[in-house]
Design a protein around this ligand. Structure first.
Ligand SMILES: O=C(O)C(=O)Cc1ccccc1
Length: 244
């Protein structure tokens, strides 16, 4: 039987419609989906929300964690991945500037084939030892907070009252921040609860974002094909880029 799950038929139809593969090839090929990793990021949640679980029973697609948003664009351009999923904007603090810049300067600009809204609830995460230390000696023992640059202005209220003496240090992603915090003393991370599955950290405080309904909008990109006519999503992205 051909293309049964929604995610699989979506992927298969895209490949076929773009002439990447004959039906018989698609049945045995893998498609790689690039996203900002490591596993445990909000980007990975966007990938799962859109494509379903990693690899169907026949292993026809696989998720590829990449180190930066720029790497997602490079991997798409050089054919390492068939799709890239990148954060685009947030309901609380607007544009993800890195993605906006990369979309503005990409030549040709990748095509936008889907938009995914992912609820974003931030947690303070730390190693079990660091949580014990905070409980015993107080929040002032924390010297560093790691997170993705997009996060700080989504948690202004909490951060104005907690860990005020700590330095806020940007990392490429929230899940990387959690990994680093798991091994460094006097350090916490702000990340998704999903990062607890991929780093040795626990939740110190959940839901520290300013706005309850905070969400981030992600784009699914694929390479631009010569002569391709812009779709509605391409036009929408162009308008958003011009607004900012
Ligand atoms: O770092 C992540 O987890 C990302 O996927 C980027 C991001 C950061 C903060 C909110 C939404 C997406």
């Amino acid at each position: 039987m051909f293309a049964t799950s929604p995610a699989r038929s979506f992927f298969v139809n895209r490949l076929l419609s773009r002439g990447f593969a004959h039906k018989s090839c698609v049945m045995t090929a893998s498609a790689f989906i690039g996203y900002l990793g490591p596993p445990g990021t909000y980007s990975q949640q966007a990938v799962t929300q859109h494509f379903g679980r990693e690899q169907d029973s026949n292993g026809r697609y696989a998720f590829v964690p990449l180190q930066t948003i720029a790497d997602c664009f490079v991997a798409l351009k050089n054919g390492r991945v068939a799709f890239a999923v990148v954060p685009f904007s947030n309901s609380t603090n607007g544009a993800v500037n890195l993605t906006y810049d990369l979309l503005r300067t990409a030549d040709p600009r990748p095509s936008v084939i889907a938009r995914i809204d992912v609820p974003v609830a931030h947690c303070v995460l730390a190693s079990p030892a660091t949580i014990k230390q905070i409980d015993k000696q107080g929040e002032s023992t924390i010297k560093r907070i790691y997170s993705h640059p997009q996060v700080w202005t989504q948690c202004t209220r909490y951060l104005s009252e907690h860990f005020v003496g700590a330095e806020q240090i940007d990392q490429n992603s929230t899940a990387l921040a959690a990994q680093l915090a798991s091994t460094e003393a006097n350090t916490i991370a702000i990340a998704s609860i999903a990062a607890c599955d991929t780093a040795t950290v626990d939740v110190y405080r959940p839901n520290i974002q300013d706005v309850e309904g905070n969400y981030t909008r992600f784009l699914v990109l694929e390479p631009y094909l010569d002569g391709q006519v812009p779709c509605e999503l391409d036009k929408w992205v162009e308008e958003e880029l011009q607004k900012s």
